[in-house]
Design a protein around this ligand. Structure first.
Ligand code: SF4
Ligand code: SF4
Length: 177
């Protein structure tokens, strides 16, 4: 595992702490400094151009509360469905759509992949629909480009071979990557 993958793994394992800190900061920013909610919506959507739907699982104060509540459910599928269809938030609409076009993407190195399936097990989309989604099986829908991927990076973090990375892939200019 290279240095960048180690950093991603560290971030992924500490995501909830990061989200709680940033979520509280945003919450107080809105309340104390009177930052307009529209600025938050604009910012959360705009960063989707760079990283896709990162706001929901890394910064959203409502998202962290929802995730904790769903984690308390005894139903494992329900626990993992967090944000599968997050239809109530304009940030999710815009940045989820940008998952297809963002500069940074989750990418597979098929040469080093050992087909162990750990990445699919870590992602809520293949666990809900095994026939449709896969991060490594050829010919299947890539969950990382789907609207529902909120860049938790757990798929990258669990891969034992470092075959998945989250790195720059500029649309239409991928040859030199
Ligand atoms: S980052 Fe990976 S594990 Fe998380 S939702 Fe996206 S594809 Fe699934
Ligand atoms: S976890 Fe890594 S090695 Fe295993 S199937 Fe996924 S990409 Fe391939």
């Amino acid at each position: 595992m290279n240095k960048k993958q180690k950093q991603i793994t560290f971030l992924s394992k500490n995501r909830r702490i990061i989200q709680a800190v940033l979520g509280v900061a945003i919450y107080f920013g809105i309340g104390y400094f009177q930052i307009s909610l529209w600025w938050v919506v604009g910012f959360g959507s705009a960063i989707g151009i760079i990283w896709g739907k990162v706001f929901c699982r890394w910064m959203c104060p409502v998202g962290i509360i929802m995730e904790i509540m769903m984690k308390m459910s005894p139903n494992e599928t329900f626990q993992r469905m967090y944000q599968y269809h997050k239809i109530g938030c304009p940030i999710a609409w815009v940045s989820g759509w940008l998952n297809k076009f963002s500069f940074y993407k989750i990418q597979l190195d098929a040469n080093s992949c050992k087909d162990c399936g750990l990445c699919d097990s870590a992602c809520y989309m293949p666990s809900i629909d095994k026939q449709k989604f896969s991060l490594y099986k050829p010919g299947m829908t890539d969950p990382a480009e789907n609207f529902s991927c909120s860049k938790c990076l757990e798929c990258v973090s669990v891969c034992p071979n470092g075959s998945l990375t989250f790195k720059k892939k500029i649309p239409f200019f991928t040859a030199k990557e």
